[in-house]
Design a protein. Sequence first.
Lengths: 721, 721
Amino acid sequence: MAYGEVDQLAINTIRCLATPTSPEGSVNQETKHHPNIATQHRKEFNRLTGLSIQIDATFKANSGHPGAPMGMAPISHVLFNKFMRFNPKNPGWVNRDRFVLSNGHGCMLQYALLHLFGYELSMDDLKNFRHIDSITPGHPEAHDTPGIEVTTGPLGQGFANAVGLAVAQAHTAGVFNKPGYDLINNYTYCFFGDGCAMEGIASEAASAAGHLQLGNLIMIYDDNHISIDGDTKCAFTEDVLKRFEAYGWHTQHVEQGDTDLEGMEAAIKKAQEVKDKPSVIKLTTTIGYGSKLQGTGGVHGNPLKEDDILQVKKKFGFNPEETFVVPQEVYDMYHKHASEGAAAEQEWNKLFEKYSGEYKDLAADLSRRLTGKLPEGWQNKLPTYKPSDPAIASRKLSESVLEAIYDVVPELVSGSADLTGSNNTRWKSAVDFQPPSTGIGEWSGRYMRYGVREHAMAAMMNGMSAYGTIIPAGGTFLNFVSYAAGAVRLSSLSHQRVIYVATHDSIGLGEDGPTHQPIETLAHFRALPNMMVWRPADGNETSAAYYVALTSHETPSILALTRQNLPQLEGSTLEKAIKGGYVALEDKNAQITLVSTGSEVSLCLEAVKYLKDNQGITARVVSMPCVEVFDAQDKDYRLSVIPDGIPSMSVEVMSTLGWEKYSHEQFGLNRFGASGAYKDVYKKFEFTPEGIAKRAAATVDFYKDVKPLRSPINRAFLQLI
Amino acid sequence: MAYGEVDQLAINTIRCLATPTSPEGSVNQETKHHPNIATQHRKEFNRLTGLSIQIDATFKANSGHPGAPMGMAPISHVLFNKFMRFNPKNPGWVNRDRFVLSNGHGCMLQYALLHLFGYELSMDDLKNFRHIDSITPGHPEAHDTPGIEVTTGPLGQGFANAVGLAVAQAHTAGVFNKPGYDLINNYTYCFFGDGCAMEGIASEAASAAGHLQLGNLIMIYDDNHISIDGDTKCAFTEDVLKRFEAYGWHTQHVEQGDTDLEGMEAAIKKAQEVKDKPSVIKLTTTIGYGSKLQGTGGVHGNPLKEDDILQVKKKFGFNPEETFVVPQEVYDMYHKHASEGAAAEQEWNKLFEKYSGEYKDLAADLSRRLTGKLPEGWQNKLPTYKPSDPAIASRKLSESVLEAIYDVVPELVSGSADLTGSNNTRWKSAVDFQPPSTGIGEWSGRYMRYGVREHAMAAMMNGMSAYGTIIPAGGTFLNFVSYAAGAVRLSSLSHQRVIYVATHDSIGLGEDGPTHQPIETLAHFRALPNMMVWRPADGNETSAAYYVALTSHETPSILALTRQNLPQLEGSTLEKAIKGGYVALEDKNAQITLVSTGSEVSLCLEAVKYLKDNQGITARVVSMPCVEVFDAQDKDYRLSVIPDGIPSMSVEVMSTLGWEKYSHEQFGLNRFGASGAYKDVYKKFEFTPEGIAKRAAATVDFYKDVKPLRSPINRAFLQLI
């Protein structure tokens, strides 16, 4: 527990590297470097001097958040150098300790640490902080920067990601650990601030983590009393630790969070020892200490002013021209810790080799999971259907998929935000993921009871996916995926393979009414980059949705599924459906293409007959379960599905927004729905064969004089992607 | 505190009327009514027999949630009949007590109460529960049903609405109450269940309410240990009361929530006495008591089975054929309470008349606010701009609007989710809405510090708006309006005049990077019915956005505002901009129309020059700050803006989804953004005059052979609205 000069130097170095300070041009970029000054002066270093060279990493950035890194350098040093086990040369080692910076705006802290410990993040990368196409963007992005576990910044997300990482650790340990083989025992550490503590998503995740008794989860709450609006007394006066106690967490308070390195170490040690509860350590710190604005909101989200930088440097005896200095002792100390981590991984590899001899199948399974590839031949288990098979709701079809594949895809972990019986997300033999002490589940259980916590569920799934051994699927009503929008967005941005099982997908849910009937939801998520939105029309399409969702390693999926029964289509096959859109009913003489999804495809097929019988119009039907996957097909194929020469009309019982991309005219619902039996609701809004036919006829008439009548697939220019 | 036979009868009647039970056809709809049987049998009634006629109101509904109404009838009786002050003949009386059923799925409870007390909700309305076009939809909708204060059902919303209603009460009292005139002193009561308690939005709102010391807010927590997935031990084992204590609430527990009417009354009385804290009463109840499935999840969200109904009726000696019975004694008792409410309103009216003599201006202001109309001539204060005025970020332009109008629109209450300095939502002289004991504000303060609680902010604003005396405006980054999506949707559905001040509206925010840069957000909210999404291009358009937002009584608005400076356009005026879209640069010889919004309009104007100089193409420019308002203009006008004969191309630096409705081709950003200086980011994605011109030229070329080339304003058929 003894901390010396080099520890202090390291803390100061982190703080300096990590702190974005100066607006562009407000410091002299021509300044010569005097790399030895820091070491010459280091005798004088102490907790209060650490800010003197904070200008270093970011003197070209014109924005940033200096406060949190200035306050959290000491705890970072203690945590990373005394506790955390990782190998910077292999950031993918499965049993590494995970670290999440939930207050992601302080990411220069994390970038500095990654650099100092020897991750592939160079001094130049630090210099490029917040510059275009750097690997050091304004908030940490998991996909692009080695050593960043999850993408954070949107407040509260990292907190819930950390809970998901801890769930994944506990589950993976439950599945793979054996007597004598404590293979998976890493900790998940997370820093969070007042902003995260105020977010509902963090409350949800904290409540879930307490219930789940996640002993290997250790959070540090940066209690600096400051958020962007200033003192937390303006808006946030609750007793945070008492709240966490109420959730079932182990709580501690380190009062001197600026200086008490020993206290921090003791608290983390104690937290590690508590195995039946997650731990939170409240660390009272001074935001931006040393700045003229220390302890105020002024130092949270704006770079320090030049005069402030100068006074800080002068105050502590530093050369204001010093930039980008890392004393060799600091590199040495941190590289030593890194090499201990590398050695630990070597030890682990030996253990795993021995394990592989004794538990061959399990070892192979773990190795395979870490590649992201599914087991050979798993897809043969996917159910397929004939037109003569009975009509079934797609939420039930989804259940049949899970029932069919759970055994061959062991990394699939399903769950629901308290709608299990409605989402049909649970296979019959599923065991709950629960602390064994509850008597209602096991750590190895593959069914998550997320509670009525949609936002936390989504962010926990992101964390679970990021762990590397799990593919999470989680259910709620489609309308309430919107509650999780903040986390769903990060599923996409951070390339997580997670599956949202979104049932009750339209006014077709009936009596629950407009509060529960999605109108805008599919447009919302279709506009989200790197998201697949599936709305299958029958059993084969539902299987296709799962096939593509599970085999797309870097793209999340939303499966919009019906409450009401759907007939099995004549024209559907799994092979066609995995193209995202296909011709469900062809007619070479067609005068119009009806493009539809989900429950409306069979209505369109009925409308074709009605059109022929009553208006003498010939129509063809395209089923388009996933526009994003359809967009990825070659143009010839897409033009064969939505051809030139005849108009097309989309039919989907929700917002028409975006359907113009695939159709000349759109039949949808640009208003809220209604409470009633679903057939009555469909009828009210004219989603009947007659209602479709009437509009199709108007469309044929409207476009009869346009030459050439191009398919909307033809565009004047391509979009940037 | 004495409760007698009629009280019990009333409870049983509520329970029976309120409980959806039987699937359609599972009971004999031909059953003759025997209206006197209930009274004949009432001697035998007791707490446990109350379920015997629960089939009544909903025998035609094929879905429903019997559990909560069965459990909460006793507390409803105590609360409504012993405490709540309201006049069913005037549901708009400003000082009525407010009631919110946050567990809105139990709404038949509320409908039954409204009926029994004499609101305009007939027995036929009860019979039409969950039927199409009824005023008794599957979840309570404020806009359509008299006596429903806010639209609930999506869990947690009502809880946060109630906090907003209590904020509005405290604020309105702070503004209007005077010595001797305790004009505004109503309570806000709210029921919530385990589902709401798990939702993050409720946690956020509870934390805010504790901070704000909302003494007139009294919540009843229906602690029935059941959610849809079954026993709460599966997922929700925290200590709820301890959590609320941590938030600063006064907490009580009534252990016998099924029977202890005196205990309930005493707890509510005690809660009323606590004036410096919101109160929560945990009421332990048995869900669906009397049913074969009592105390289980089976009785939460599914109607009782016929045999269950029969056994319940038999068990308690009732005629299973009894339907739709309200004993006259119950009507009498409740109508008596209602007439006491009417008398209280009469008293209040007298008080207000006296007040009007003494405080003429205040009285006139309150009366005016309740009409929803703004003060005469307020709009003359809106800033207008000339092209020669300096370039200003639209978030600053928004601040100028607030600064200009706050004095003449006293019902405007601004605020931010902890981004005050970034959202520019606070006029200089604003006083915070805070408990005076904090020393940092007043009840009459008009600036809300919502904390980092976007979702609760939005739902609180819905509640504040629903109170009737406030127009709330609340700020966050546009990207984080998505955190509030669940509540934003209800702003639209329940017709609340709330304003979301959504700054940092695009990749133009620069360095914060993709985690903070909206791509899908505007498409999402444009797809939401009854929502105005404004993205003003300059000062006049920003003023126009506020003008339309403030004068649209039944439609919420999102104002998407820039971080970066925008020049004042040549072609903009307030009068043009309030049409939602207008010609910013006309040219009779134009070969293409560029349709754009916000920060890209001035780029398009630059592109016009570039196109002329480099490609010899003539272009015109349309600024389209609000598509929803543009859609509301007559077709001739819309065609004059986007005419036939030439192609149009949209230019907006985010998802193109939906722009096909106003343009033939779309230039946007269907991928995530990048962290860097905003000009670098714009350049990376070719949002430059050159980048626009290149695509415009391709568009002109692509459409040169199409005849007739129709404006996208022309459609084959109209959408249902």
